[in-house]
Design a binder for this molecule. Structure first.
Ligand code: ZN
Length: 131
């Protein structure tokens, strides 16, 4: 098959310019990736606790799942959470070796208070008014 010149100026074979089609496809892919990224960033605004400092998507998903489950009524014991001895209205749920979620019991319902790193947790009691 003979090469021909397309209106765009490229040369090639076929009904349309494959080079331009390829560029178009990768541009769309790039835009989709950008949109997905923007949507991911926007999700942080809807979080009850700030998860922006985390760079592990799996961990972020896990934390969101735990918060959603607890807020919709799943027992904290399901996640091996426990009440704090110094304040029975504070509940701590381990996320992994590095983080735990602290919930406050308000009117009998659990509300996420903050995400604490293991170091923070060991330095001060979660739920203390000073922070
Ligand atoms: Zn072209």
């Amino acid at each position: 098959m003979a090469k021909k010149r397309f209106p765009c100026g490229h040369q090639g074979q076929g009904q349309y310019c494959h080079r331009c089609a390829q560029e178009q496809r990768s541009l769309i892919k790039k835009e989709e990736a950008q949109q997905a990224h923007d949507a991911w960033i926007a999700l942080f605004d809807t979080d009850s606790v700030n998860l922006r400092k985390l760079d592990n998507k799996q961990l972020i998903d896990k934390i969101r799942n735990i918060i959603n489950a607890i807020h919709s009524g799943t027992s904290y014991t399901h996640y091996k959470g426990k009440r704090m001895r110094y304040d029975r209205n504070v509940i701590s749920i381990p996320v992994n070796r590095d983080y735990r979620l602290v919930f406050h019991v308000i009117d009998g319902k659990l509300h996420v208070h903050k995400l604490m790193s293991h170091e923070e947790y060991n330095v001060k009691k979660p739920g203390e008014k000073t922070q």
